[in-house]
Design a protein around this ligand. Structure first.
Ligand code: DIG
Ligand code: MN
Ligand code: MN
Length: 388
């Protein structure tokens, strides 16, 4: 019988804000009581998670006194020691406090931009204090409802100025820290700048220290943009920029649902897990998701267990796909290469171009080939439905 339980080498992590989500939504108040960071660490330890992540204010309330902060950190550190959980990632809450109502780094108010930098460098210090090696930036309020309010160019330049400043801070402090940018197309702003992982990859090329900065793609966010999540992850991986990943699920055309991983589009989740496992991704499998509002904390544990269990099941399905003789034979047939075209492909040479111009192609014959993708996809469905 296959063991689908989470193991430390799966590197399953959750944010304090995920299992600590109290069920409030824009149309209703909380349905679950508050739990302290230490209590949430113990909950994650109970379900078998590897690590826990936090925004600065998930751990230390924005108006906590130094004494209160030290007490919270002491309890949190003890819970980490007692459970063995680690803190691979940290991030800044630059979206909850009203001061960020018009953004943080891109705000039209220089006082807000300066405060956002202060809050972020303090939060970086806090994350490093607990061992974080990846620092995520989600610019949830970096956007507009009306483009009369600010120049998109100013927004881009302010974002770049902030990231350059923060890269220099990390270098100045000699922190062993990689920075990961998380995209989202909208919500809570009408439009958010750098709305997809692709936009973030382009933005990174314009920074002073692009080598320090990668991306943290999130399933729900790319699905909100109507694009194939795994393709974006593959592009980030190929560019050496997949520094972190936020796993969850999402119905198309809806608000950011942050559903339990694999609970909506199991086929997309399968291709994602297969990709991560095929390429040997070594980062955290971070579940940026939360339980249904209907749940109590036993339900929250069910949610967390479900995220991890589905990932492990799909990891096993991916191994089955890679070992399935009929699937692999079909893929070999589909990708067969008699190398007749090799003289024309790959690196450019003048000789290649000259020879290519003389090459005749029988378009109807090539086009008439049946590619057997229907059979291949049904074999995949059979595999996922457990009938092969
Ligand atoms: C939302 O998807 C964002 C915030 O929760 C956080 O800043 C980031 C880290 O996973 N994801
Ligand atoms: Mn989300
Ligand atoms: Mn996220």
């Amino acid at each position: 019988m296959f063991d689908y339980s989470p193991k430390p080498d799966h590197k399953f992590t959750f944010g304090l804000w995920t299992v600590g989500n109290r069920g409030a939504d824009p149309f209703g108040s909380v349905t679950r009581p508050h739990k302290t960071p230490a209590e949430l660490v113990h909950l994650l330890g109970e379900v078998g998670a590897y690590g826990v992540n936090f925004h600065d204010n998930d751990l230390i309330p924005i108006d906590a006194t130094l004494f209160e902060a030290e007490a919270i950190k002491k309890d949190f550190r003890k819970a980490l020691t007692d459970t063995g959980l680690v803190v691979p990632m940290a991030t800044t809450n630059l979206f909850s406090d009203p001061i960020f109502k018009d953004g943080a780094f891109t705000s039209n108010d220089p006082r807000v931009r300066a405060y956002a930098l202060q809050k972020t460098i303090n939060a970086i210090d806090l994350g490093v204090e607990f061992g974080a090696k990846t620092y995520v930036f989600w610019g949830g309020r970096e956007g507009t409802e009306t483009d009369s309010s600010k120049s998109a160019l100013d927004a881009i330049q302010r974002s770049r100025e902030a990231m350059n400043f923060l890269c220099e801070y990390v270098l100045d402090r000699k922190y062993d820290l990689k920075l990961a940018l998380e995209a989202k197309p909208n919500e809570p702003r009408g439009d958010i700048y750098n709305p997809t992982t692709g936009h973030m990859l382009a933005f990174i090329t314009r920074l002073d220290h692009p080598e320090m900065v990668g991306v943290n793609p999130e399933v729900a966010h790319e699905h909100m943009a109507g694009i194939n999540f795994m393709h974006g992850v593959a592009q980030a991986w190929e560019a050496g920029k997949l520094f972190h990943i936020d796993l969850n699920d999402q119905y198309p055309g809806r608000y950011d649902q942050d559903l339990r991983f694999g609970s909506r589009d199991i086929k997309a989740a399968f291709y994602l897990v297969k990709f991560l496992e095929d390429v040997g991704y070594q980062g955290s499998r971070h579940f940026d998701a939360h339980a249904y509002r209907t749940e109590d904390y036993e339900g929250v544990k069910d949610f967390a267990r479900g995220c991890m269990r589905t990932y492990v099941i799909l990891k096993e399905k991916a191994a089955q796909f890679n070992a399935d003789p009929e699937i692999q034979a079909l893929l070999a047939e589909i990708n067969a290469d008699d190398h007749a075209m090799t003289p024309f492909l790959g690196e450019y040479t003048t000789e290649k171009a000259d020879a290519l111009k003389l090459q005749l192609f029988d378009r109807p014959a090539v086009a008439s080939r049946g590619l057997q993708y229907e059979r291949l996809d049904q074999l995949t469905i059979d595999l996922l439905l457990g009938v092969r």
